[in-house]
Structure formats: structure tokens, C-alpha cells
Design a protein around this ligand. Structure first.
Ligand code: AMP
Ligand code: MG
Length: 336
């Protein structure tokens, strides 16, 4: 049985957080909201809890976990070396959606990092997440709280869809504010390298520490093992349409309707009246796309769409993170 506890996202009730923190201290698993997506938390210093996270998600053992801390002091429990650039980034951008890859302390179980000598660490800014870690008094390993390969959860209901009965508790603090995962930056290399784009942009990183590179595709597979797995995807086929006119989106949807039901997610209004067509219209803004995209993919997937057409957005700034996740969910890109 998974217990679901509701609480206020901005002013979380201390007694509810206390119950969740005791579950973590006892080696159990608690899903909780962060500003990016919901995380599945377990005590990072307890090897058995880490094993349980991998089991509950069905996550491949070669996909490392992000460790969450509530203050700068806690970082020293998991990271062996925090250089000047990392300190500058922490000062400028923590708490927030930035994960730093640092040298791992040997006390931290190797399983967290899938055998790598590094560890990925983040300080979330969500009050629930921060208070939970504080009361648990231990760093909390927390990958996204979905079954491996499914879209990341941005509400407690998404978590329950995937993990009900597999974990001890879900904290329901409403919808995640940002909706896509953190930026992962490897600061063990020089210059530091973005392994996964996220809500913190390359420009923000460069303002804090100077030059930052973006990982090349072949390198990415070696350096960020998680990105090799099929990710963030619903069970159905996803097609991305980029730089398309409303007329060509219309044409594509009609031709797909000949073979099955079609879901559409985008900012263009598509005027198709057909029993097998359903559309989720988003604002043409990166904030709205980020907040809605995983939820929209899940919804159309549950409705039984045989293919989902997603209209891309401008890739500048935060748009890079949204388009990265869409491409990982998609099986092909249509660019007419
Ligand atoms: P998730 O928590 O499910 O959003 O996934 C965590 C992401 O962080 C995956 O893409 C991992 O590959 C990446 N990651 C975690 N730890 C490390 C590490 N030590 N080195 C490189 N990438 C990491
Ligand atoms: Mg994930």
C-alpha cells in the first residue's frame, strides 16, 4: 500500500514532512515534488534503499541517480572535491534546477553512480523537497518518480499511475512548477560540459563561470549513461513537427487518421473534427510547454492514441531542454 499525503507546496506542514522523513530514515521510499518533476527519494547513504529505488522504477543499473541536498554542508558528505567553479555555480544558482557532477566520496555506494567515480548532486528549491531532506538529515537520492522509460511525473497522480503499491509514500504538493528535469553539468572536466540541457541555460552557466561546452552525441553516451536509454516516452509513437505551417500539420494529421487514432499537442489550432482525433492546445511559450508536455503525453497515451504529433517550439534558452525531451520521446521527426 502506498500512502498519499497532501500538503501545501509553499508552506508544507511540518508534521506531514516528519512522517515522510521517518520513512526515508528507515530505508523506505517517498515520492515528493521538486520544482522540476516529482522525485523518488531514498537515503543516499543506505545501499539497500538505493537498490530499492532501482527495483521500484525498473531502472537499468547503469543509469546513475541524482543525490539531493538541502545545504552546502551536506554536499561534503557525498562529493570529494568541490572546486572554485562548482562553488561559484552553487553561489549563483543553488537552490535550483542545476545538477553538478563531482568526484564521489568513497563512503557513497557505487550503485548510486552506476560504478562511475563521480556523483551527480543538486539542491532543489521546492520548499517541500528542502524540508524533507532537512528532516531526513541525510542526502536523498531521487531520480524522477516514474517507471523507467515512461514520461517523467509532474503530478502526484502521475506518480501513482506508475508506482502505486511499489513505494511507501507519495507527498502530493500539486503540479511541479517547471516540469522538465534539471540541467546536468559535469564540472570534473575543463571546461565544464553540459551532459543534459535543462531549465538552467548555457548562458546562465557561462555568466557564472565562463566557457561551458555542450556534450557531443557520441561522447554523451559514455559520459552520461542515462541518456543512452529510451527516455521520457509514452507507449505510443511520437512524431515531432518542426517549422511547419498549420496547413501541413493538418495534412499530416489527416493522413495519420487513415491508419488509427491521432493525438496532437501544439500551439497551432488544428481544425479537425474526427472521432479519432484529439488535441491539447498549448500556449506558444516555453514555460507552458515545459509545465504541460509530460502530462499531455500521458493523457493522450491513456486515451489510446496510436500516434501523437507534437509541434516543436523555438529552441533558444530554456527551449533547448524542452526540445531535448521531445526528441527523446519521439521516434521520428518530420521537418517539411
Ligand atoms: P533522472 O533523475 O531520471 O532525471 O536522471 C538522472 C540523469 O543524471 C541521467 O541522465 C543520468 O545519466 C545523469 N547522471 C546521474 N549521475 C551522473 C554521473 N555521475 N555522471 C554523469 N551523469 C549522471
Ligand atoms: Mg528520469
Amino acid at each position: 500500500m502506498t500512502v498519499v499525503l497532501k500538503l501545501d507546496a509553499e508552506h508544507p506542514q511540518a508534521e506531514v514532512i516528519d512522517q515522510a522523513a521517518s520513512v526515508i530514515r528507515a530505508g523506505g521510499l517517498v515520492a515528493f515534488p521538486t520544482e522540476t518533476v516529482y522525485g523518488l527519494g531514498g537515503d543516499a547513504m543506505n545501499a539497500r534503499a538505493i537498490q530499492k529505488i532501482f527495483e521500484a522504477k525498473g531502472r537499468p543499473a547503469d543509469n546513475p541517480l541524482i543525490v539531493h541536498v538541502c545545504d552546502r554542508a551536506m554536499l561534503d558528505l557525498v562529493a570529494a572535491e568541490v572546486g572554485a567553479k562548482a562553488e561559484a555555480l552553487i553561489a549563483a544558482l543553488w537552490p535550483g534546477p542545476l545538477t553538478l557532477v563531482l568526484r564521489r566520496r568513497s563512503e557513497v555506494t557505487e550503485a548510486i553512480s552506476a560504478g562511475l567515480s563521480t556523483v551527480a548532486v543538486r539542491m532543489p528549491r521546492s520548499p517541500i523537497a528542502l524540508e524533507l531532506i532537512r528532516q531526513a538529515r541525510t542526502p536523498v537520492a531521487a531520480p524522477s518518480a516514474n517507471l523507467s522509460g515512461r514520461p517523467s511525473p509532474t503530478t502526484a497522480a502521475h506518480v501513482a499511475q506508475d508506482l502505486d503499491g511499489r513505494i511507501e509514500m507519495i507527498l502530493d504538493g500539486g503540479a511541479a512548477q517547471i516540469g522538465v528535469e534539471s540541467t546536468v553539468l559535469d564540472v570534473t572536466s575543463e571546461p565544464p560540459v553540459i551532459l543534459r540541457p535543462g531549465w538552467v541555460t548555457r548562458q546562465q552557466l557561462e555568466e557564472a563561470i565562463g566557457r561551458v561546452d555542450v556534450v557531443a552525441t557520441e561522447e554523451e553516451l559514455k559520459r552520461s549513461p542515462g541518456t543512452r536509454h529510451r527516455h521520457y516516452s509514452p507507449r505510443v509513437r511520437v512524431l515531432i513537427v518542426e517549422a511547419n505551417s498549420p496547413a501541413s500539420i493538418d495534412r499530416l494529421c489527416w493522413s495519420l487518421l487513415k491508419v488509427g487514432s491521432v493525438g496532437f499537442i501544439g500551439h497551432t489550432r488544428v481544425d479537425i473534427e474526427h472521432p479519432q482525433f484529439s488535441a491539447i492546445v498549448l500556449e506558444n511559450s516555453v514555460e507552458h510547454y515545459a509545465r504541460s508536455i509530460y502530462s499531455a503525453l500521458r493523457e493522450l497515451d491513456e486515451e489510446g492514441a496510436s500516434v501523437i504529433v507534437v509541434e516543436g517550439i523555438n529552441e533558444e534558452g530554456e527551449g533547448a531542454a524542452v526540445m531535448d525531451r521531445l526528441r527523446r520521446a519521439a521516434s521520428s521527426i518530420v521537418d517539411e
